[in-house]
Design a protein around this ligand. Structure first.
Ligand code: G3H
Ligand code: 13P
Ligand code: NA
Ligand code: ZN
Length: 322
């Protein structure tokens, strides 16, 4: 059944676990995420970006998720809109049946330019007022994703290093003013595979900042974006079978687990499933040159994604919690 993000994260906080929030845009991803959840008895968050809506179309997304609800009636599922650019985007998601929306007011509607604090409070409050009236949860974001190593935003623009780390005192004021159900924080992670040029230390991945924020606002559910771990085995397989993606580094699973000990309840993952599916398809095609049934190729991708999902459900403690 569909539940709200607030319902799920309240349960996660009471029981001390975190939940991966996987991005979806096709059937194979939904199968992988749901089959893995059914095997380990985990609740699920399916999140949809603007790019996903554009790729699949809003109707197909809605019905893919509805199919999952029907096929796995015993698994609680949150349908979450990722990175809403403005209140209008969130309103349309509420209308189309999402149970949770993210208003990303850390950026201007161009989703590139860092915003002011006042702007963020204003647009996020507008969304919570509207969403809560409809029984829908809201995630806000304070601080900008980006690289502490390079001093640039997610989109590669120069930024004040202090905006790359969420300020605990400002977080307390933000939550009080906006009434968000969950807060995404900036701790040096960024979207995509190229988060760090080397395995990250505390200098460039500030898990300690999570602890400071959680100490200040212990009742707020924290969200980590850009939380793919970028498995080295999949990077190697992609490069070995014709890909050329360099040697990127992600967020180690054990660092995320440390975050979960300090209030992180939702962990956004997109890139890891992209890497696993691409790696599995490249390898399958190289090893089966006579095969041209796409179902066989996609099945290899689904199996690879499913392994990652199961590993995250188990590591984050949500296995057994559905
Ligand atoms: O927020 C970033 C997610 O990984 C979605 O990416 O905009 O390419 O769909 P996308
Ligand atoms: P990754 O690119 O690390 O998977 O992050 C996804 C994300 O934060 C979506 O909102
Ligand atoms: Na989100
Ligand atoms: Zn994100």
């Amino acid at each position: 059944a569909l539940i709200t993000l607030r319902q799920l994260l309240d349960h996660a906080a009471e029981n001390g676990y975190g939940v991966p929030s996987f991005n979806i845009n096709n059937m194979e991803q939904v199968h992988a995420i749901m089959e893995a959840a059914a095997e380990v008895d985990s609740p699920v968050i399916l999140q949809v970006s603007a790019g996903a809506r554009k790729y699949a179309g809003a109707y197909f997304i809605r019905h893919l998720v509805q199919a999952a609800v029907e096929q796995w009636p015993d698994i609680p599922i949150v349908l979450h809109q990722d990175h809403g650019a403005d209140p209008g985007v969130c309103a349309r998601s509420i209308q189309s049946g999402f149970t949770s929306v993210m208003m990303d007011g850390s950026l201007m509607p161009d989703m590139k330019t860092p915003s002011t604090y006042e702007y963020n409070v204003e647009v996020t409050s507008k969304v919570t007022e509207m969403a809560h009236a409809c029984g829908v949860s809201v995630e806000g974001e304070l601080g900008c994703l980006g690289s502490l190593e390079k001093g640039v935003t997610d989109k590669g623009e120069a930024i004040d290093k202090e905006k790359l780390l969420t300020d605990p005192e400002q977080a307390a004021d933000f939550v009080k003013k906006t009434k968000v159900d969950a807060l995404a924080v900036a701790i040096g992670t960024s979207h995509g595979a190229y988060k760090f040029t080397k395995p990250p230390t505390g200098e460039i991945l500030a898990i300690d900042r999570i602890k400071e924020i959680h100490a200040r606002i212990p009742d707020t559910h924290l969200v980590m974006h850009g939380s793919s771990s970028v498995p080295q085995e999949w990077v190697e397989i992609i490069n070995q079978y014709g890909g050329d993606i360099g040697t990127p580094y992600g967020v180690p699973v054990e660092e995320i687990v440390e975050g979960i000990r300090h209030g992180v309840r939702k962990v956004n993952i997109d890139t890891d499933l992209r890497l696993a599916s691409t790696g599995a398809m490249r390898k399958f095609l190289a090893e089966n040159p006579k095969q041209f049934d796409p179902r066989k190729i996609f099945a290899a991708a689904t199996a690879a994604m499913k392994d990652i999902c199961k590993a995250r459900y188990e590591a984050f403690g949500c296995a057994g919690q559905a």
